[in-house]
Design a protein around this ligand. Structure first.
Ligand code: ASP
Length: 331
């Protein structure tokens, strides 16, 4: 009898531990995006679809591995974004869109929710992984934002890997610029998606972090800078509130202050990540902009919101959730 009771109790203990993990706060959670925009099934071949899903899965695995080992949210979002910067399918690092002058100007940001430390870079042309430079700005400089030549100089002093600007070139991005200039189109006509990458995470210690990296918009000129490196617009993290990374038409995201507004709604109005994200993406839409966000909250809930036909995205938790999706109508 005693043995039976002990056995039953052991079973109950296992059961409730499993329930705590699936039903309550997960120890860690992670969400990422690879850009939002016009993503129609009819423009996508089965191979392309599979290649994007595999790339999103690989990035998700890279970040999950960090968090599963007890690593920080900051290290997890860094690992995800580096991985996506290295993948030429995405508009960040290799595979970045071309500027009007046929170069690449890369923007990136990272923020640590623990102390609201932040670093960002804008308009860099030779830094292989701009998110690593943003992290150095946060950790090794007294500043938050560096741009252009000065940012390159800082990268050199920090010993970061520099590449020839042509290293970022890819044929599909060149073709998009050629089509844009030839047919007098806008960036929105030639980019089947925006392609920026980003990640948000909550680690087992409860810390939140966010990172974003982008080549910006095809054919950008006059040293145009988008929302990604603007803290509070494309990127934001604050423990106890939320972590956000955005993608979309940057000018609108800057004007709405998207990431910070989502966090403020959550902490001041008590809104859920989903409700706050939907409300703020609604503001972007009302002004005529489009794009999407990924959000993580203090409890490790994650949310996606977009006013676009698709957003490359994925998420995972310690409780076993694993999702990779592309189209808006996918779960
Ligand atoms: N938000 C980026 C920008 O405006 C573009 C993107 O999301 O792809 O620079």
């Amino acid at each position: 009898m005693l043995v039976m009771i002990a056995g039953l109790m052991a079973l109950l203990t296992v059961g409730s531990a499993a329930m705590a993990e699936t039903g309550g706060t997960p120890q860690w959670s992670l969400a990422l995006h690879g850009g939002a925009g016009t993503l129609d099934r009819k423009d996508m071949t089965a191979e392309r679809d599979a290649a994007y899903r595999a790339a999103l899965q690989a990035a998700l695995d890279a970040g999950s591995a960090v968090l599963a080992k007890g690593g920080s949210a900051l290290d997890a979002v860094t690992a995800v974004v580096v991985r996506l910067e290295e993948d030429e399918k995405f508009n960040a690092g290799k595979g970045a869109v071309f500027t009007w002058e046929r170069g690449h100007e890369l923007d990136a940001a990272i923020m640590d929710g623990k102390n609201r430390a932040a670093g960002s870079v804008a308009g860099v042309t030779t830094v292989r992984n701009p998110v690593l430079l943003a992290r150095r700005v946060m950790e090794a400089s007294p500043h938050v934002m560096l741009a252009g030549r000065g940012a390159e100089q800082f990268a050199k002093e920090q010993g970061l890997e520099l590449v020839d600007p042509a290293w970022f070139d890819t044929a599909p991005r060149r073709e998009a610029l050629e089509r844009m200039t030839r047919d007098k189109l806008s960036a929105l006509d030639v980019d089947i998606k925006f392609g920026t990458v980003g990640a948000v995470a909550r680690d087992a210690a409860g810390n939140l972090a966010a990172a974003t990296s982008t080549g910006g918009m095809t054919g950008k000129r006059w040293s145009r800078i988008g929302d990604a490196p603007v803290i509070g617009a494309g990127t934001y993290a604050e423990n106890g509130a939320c972590a956000v990374s955005a993608t979309g038409w940057g000018e609108y995201f800057i004007r709405v202050g998207v990431a910070r507004t989502i966090c403020a709604r959550m902490s001041m109005l008590g809104e859920s990540a989903q409700a706050a994200a939907d409300a703020v993406i609604g503001e972007v839409a009302a002004l005529g902009g489009d794009g999407g966000v990924i959000v993580a909250d203090a409890k490790g809930e994650t949310a996606f919101s977009m006013n676009a036909t698709g957003m490359y995205r994925a998420r995972a938790t310690s409780a076993g959730l694993r999702e990779v999706a592309i189209y808006a109508d996918e779960k």
